[in-house]
Design a protein around this ligand. Structure first.
Ligand code: PGA
Length: 255
């Protein structure tokens, strides 16, 4: 039996507005009572968080943010702290997304500080890692993944870093927003590698419990194949999370 609950998480990126967000949440909330084996999470832009929190009500949808600053407060114009995210009801935060790494120059060292801050607060980090197309084609996928894991997750003790609630996400950059989903076999190969890394660097209990999501053009048509793989515990979904129908069909996936 799989001890890990599946998780389908929607990363809305810089899309929607408050009205559309509430509409989308209402549509998801309406089917939550028929879903009992899958956790559901949405990560809206900051401005929509309070309205989304309210619309979520007691439906059981988890609320996450897409980023945070590592400091708790201070003279940091334009930044949002983890404490502020908790203040509006977030329980999760996506950290180290490839768009943050690539477009906003977030290094593994910064991701490491952010993870540390989230854990101090009790916010659950969804820590993203993944290789670019050039890195894959150069045969460097494992090296890159290992480097990101080593550097983003350094200096943590097993009990500190990896409660069952800490989440990892493998998102091959070449699959994000491109329509080129990794095959279930390609994704499984890396998920297995990541789980083994967790076992080697922390312990087997943590490795068995930690959820590893796949991200990169996940959609209703490919979710079942991905979820059938033993080390794939869910999906971090961009494009297909912005409308009720595809996202609800993702949540309703059948292995
Ligand atoms: P995508 O994005 O589903 O649109 O490829 C995934 C992500 O970036 O988290």
């Amino acid at each position: 039996m799989n001890i890990r609950r599946s998780l389908i998480a929607g990363n809305w990126k810089m899309n929607l507005n408050i009205n559309k967000a509430v509409e989308l949440i209402n549509a998801i909330a309406a089917i939550m009572n028929e879903i009992d084996e899958v956790d559901v999470l949405v990560a809206p832009p900051f401005t929509m968080l309070p309205a989304v929190r309210k619309a979520i009500g007691s439906s059981g949808i988890f609320l996450g943010a897409q980023n945070m600053h590592q400091d708790m407060s201070g003279a940091l114009t334009g930044e949002i702290s983890g404490r502020m995210l908790q203040d509006v009801g977030c329980t999760h935060v996506i950290l180290g997304h490839s768009e943050r790494r690539g477009i906003f120059q977030e290094t593994d060292e910064i991701v490491n500080l952010k993870v540390k801050a989230a854990l101090v607060l009790g916010l659950i980090p969804i820590i993203c890692i993944g290789e670019t197309l050039e890195e894959r084609e150069a045969g460097k996928t494992f090296e890159v993944i290992k480097g990101q894991l080593n550097n983003s997750l350094q200096n943590f003790k097993a009990d500190q870093l990896m409660p069952p609630s800490t989440i990892l996400a493998y998102e091959p950059v070449w699959a994000i927003g491109t329509g080129h989903t990794a095959t279930p076999e390609q994704a499984q190969e890396i998920h297995q590698f990541i789980r083994k890394w967790v076992e080697d660097n922390f312990n087997i209990g943590t490795a068995n419990q930690i959820r590893i999501l796949y991200g990169g053009s996940a959609k209703p048509e490919n979710i079942s194949g991905l979820m059938a793989k033993p080390d794939i515990d869910g999906a971090l979904v961009g494009g297909a999370s912005l409308k009720g129908d595809p996202f609800i069909n993702l949540i309703r996936f059948k292995k």
